[in-house]
Design a protein around this ligand. Sequence first.
Ligand code: PRP
Length: 184
Amino acid sequence: MDALDMGEDLAKVLISEDEIATRLDEMAAEIDRTYAGEEVLLIGVLNGAVMVMADLSRRLHTPVTMDWMAVSSYGSGTRSSGVVRILKDLSTDVHGKHLLIVEDIIDSGLTLSWLVKNLSSREPASLKIATLLRKPEAAQTDLQVDFCGFDIPNEFVIGYGLDFAGRYRNVPFVGTLAPHVYGG
Ligand code: PRP
């Protein structure tokens, strides 16, 4: 899917496909330097992280294995309640392993704060975070992010794994939607 397919639903391209690719090259190099050949378990947080996991992992020289978690905010329906339930847990025992959580976006940071606590209790050798996008203005936690692609404004974004009502995840860039899309 491209900008033409989106037609008038697209307000603007915030980060282009080329910009994402260049930044992922840099992030992969930084991750390789950090782990210096140690094996790392990449943990993708479904669903949004699928694209960044695929593209970042293929750039790494560090030996990796991969696993996935699916989580959801519990109850209220707001994603940022901070109360999270596990929809799909890891298939791997992470005890003693170097873990790198791979995310598409950190918004309030509440999901990841919960995930960090949850995974830390499983006694990994180390636990770090990589995210393509972060919204500093929306942060509600002092979460330490080890590898961050782009800091973006506090706007609703779609593409490169990020959806609106399930759509647009397969857009290859990160963009904003025209107001009529929300209006229904
Ligand atoms: C997004 C994103 C993070 C979370 C960040 O997932 O992938 O997991 O929201 O929000 P927070 O920092 O405010 O907690 P979402 O719940 O939209 O699910 P999805 O990945 O399936 O789209």
